[in-house]
Design a protein around this ligand. Sequence first.
Ligand code: AP5
Length: 183
Amino acid sequence: MKKKLLFLGPPGAGKGTQANLFCKKYGLDHLSTGDLLRDEVSSGSDLGMQAAEVMNKGELVSDDLVLSIVEGRLAKTNTGWLLDGFPRNVNQANALKRLLEKINQPLEGVILIKIDDDYLINRLLERGRQDDNKQVIINRLKIYREKTSPLIDLYAKQGILDVIEGNAEIDVVFSCIEKALGG
Ligand code: AP5
């Protein structure tokens, strides 16, 4: 089973849900930049306050802040890791590449969870997180298409991308991911 992983996909595709299940089963460190940023917001720090403003609009938080969070966490993990919500643009992907070369831990697999907009908008409206209202969801989707979706091609060209259908029961999606990653 591959143990240095990245899950890609639009907001609401199920990245966090699947990453949680996968990391529990295979003992990987789940690095979700969204969760780490929400922790920072809850702490009430200045950085957290700045991040909250950006997140509530559905925009991307600055690359520098996100990179410093990920770098600190990746350096500490030795059981394998799963990146969820990072990288989010080409600049972050290039920074990740440099970081992984430095720590000599190459990326082994990328899972793209794909799903139609209509399904994911409904899922997110039902969940009701702070940034789950229709206008912000539409902006998150726009940012995903503009900034994040170019990474699909980048990882496909490296031959490490598998595409999974996200509009299925959670355990069905999970089985497809396991199969793709060699389980
Ligand atoms: P982040 O927390 O990463 O949010 P996101 O990418 O919009 O993803 P979501 O958490 O909404 O969706 P998901 O795919 O994880 O789906 P989930 O499993 O939760 O980012 C939030 C914000 O933080 C960004 O907008 C940005 O501002 C900032 N940020 C984060 N990372 C950043 C970075 N690297 N750079 C800059 N800024 C960054 O599922 C969604 C719902 O669907 C749940 O209710 C779940 O129960 C349900 N569900 C899941 N799977 C299924 C299924 N198969 N069937 C039915 N329901 C399902």
